[in-house]
Design a protein around this ligand. Structure first.
Ligand code: RIB
Length: 342
């Protein structure tokens, strides 16, 4: 089906293509085009289902009103909800979002950044995978604005929006300590990313401050694949009565690990919190309908998404290059439910 062009609209109204272009590119006032004509142009554009060619627009004006968003996995509720918040905030300012899932794979994020460069996105919001420092460094030396979310690389100066992962894990572990748990485990993923590292460091510091020795056997580092067998083996080692590493509580560093963990605990016929208390990062709906609803570290996804878009658009709209770098750290909140034994 032939796409409607500016010419089609101009012929339909008996006006010039230039006039139609001015109206559809928001320049009617600048060129003193009457409101009546503007209304007619917009009505005919809608009637003929005119879809602006963003790339042609980008080549002509240098702007496509498009943001490139690269997150780990759009199917993960954390990233799915965060992506939705970003999309809604961008739409308020007339921007659309192109989504890509990197699967925490730097080769994928490299190809996705290249694809977005070719489609002339006006800026990026990226949750960068492990070993993608070179890609972020290259962006920081370029002229397309970007904002990192969820994790960053300490050696690279750029806009970033984080939560205080150390403080969140410290408080979650402390909460379990106050409930009398003493053999608290941490189940995390092997991503060597600053957010995961900070969560385990916050967990360790809470134990140290309570004069409880940190036992490496109570820290289980699992692959990003979340292989069910590996999760089940780690949980069995932490909850089996005969296990030398038996724990009385677990802090899960992600909800995907937490959901897999709860499945394994249930499969072993154990009860939460009676046999093992749990606290987990993130707050998927599934946690609310568990037999023992899960105590969670809740990240402010709406605020992360809104702030990322606002910082990015502020840089996109500047004519004299990027603004002052902003490094924002947001607080999380601990939502206490039954799973911690509170
Ligand atoms: O899988 C989602 C989790 O990992 C979230 O806690 C988020 O911080 C991401 O890095």
């Amino acid at each position: 089906m032939k796409k409607t062009s500016l010419n089609d609209i101009a012929k339909h109204l008996g006006v010039s293509k230039t006039l139609v272009s001015f109206v559809l590119n928001g320049k009617a006032k600048e060129f003193r085009i009457s409101e009546d004509i503007c209304t007619k142009v917009l009505e005919v554009a809608k009637e003929l289902n005119y879809q602006p060619n963003r790339i042609a627009q980008g080549l002509r004006t240098g702007k496509t009103n498009t943001i490139g968003l690269i997150i780990a996995d759009i199917a993960n509720p954390f990233f799915g909800i965060l992506g939705r918040e970003i999309e809604q905030e961008a739409a308020k300012h007339g921007y659309r979002v192109i989504f890509c899932s990197s699967d925490e794979n730097p080769d994928k994020s490299r190809a996705q950044i290249a694809m977005m460069q070719q489609t002339l996105v006006d800026g990026y919001i990226i949750s960068p995978p492990k070993n993608s420092e070179d890609q972020i460094l290259a962006l920081s030396k370029g002229n397309v604005p970007f904002v990192l979310i969820d994790r960053y690389f300490p050696e690279i100066e750029c806009n970033q929006i984080m939560v205080d992962n150390f403080d969140a894990a410290y408080k979650a572990t402390n909460h379990l300590l106050k409930l009398g748990r003493r053999r608290i485990a941490n189940v995390t993923i092997n991503l060597d990313l600053i957010n995961m590292i900070d969560r385990t460091e916050g967990y360790k510091q809470a134990l140290r401050d309570a004069n409880i020795p940190v036992e490496e056997s109570l820290i289980k580092i699992l692959p990003f694949s979340h292989d069910n067998k590996l999760v089940a083996r780690a949980i069995k080692d932490l909850v089996n009565k005969s296990s030398p590493h038996k724990a009385d509580a677990i802090l899960f560093s992600t909800s995907k690990l937490g959901i897999n963990g709860i499945e394994s605990i249930s499969a072993l016929g154990l009860k939460i919190p009676d046999d093992i208390a749990i606290v987990s990062f993130d707050n998927p709906d599934a946690y609310k309908i568990c037999v023992s609803p899960v105590t969670v570290v809740n990240q402010p996804l709406k605020e992360i998404g809104k702030t990322a878009v606002q910082i990015l658009l502020s840089d996109i709209k500047r004519s004299d290059g990027p603004g002052k770098i902003q490094k924002i750290i947001l607080k999380t909140d601990l939502i206490i439910r039954k799973s911690c034994g509170s």
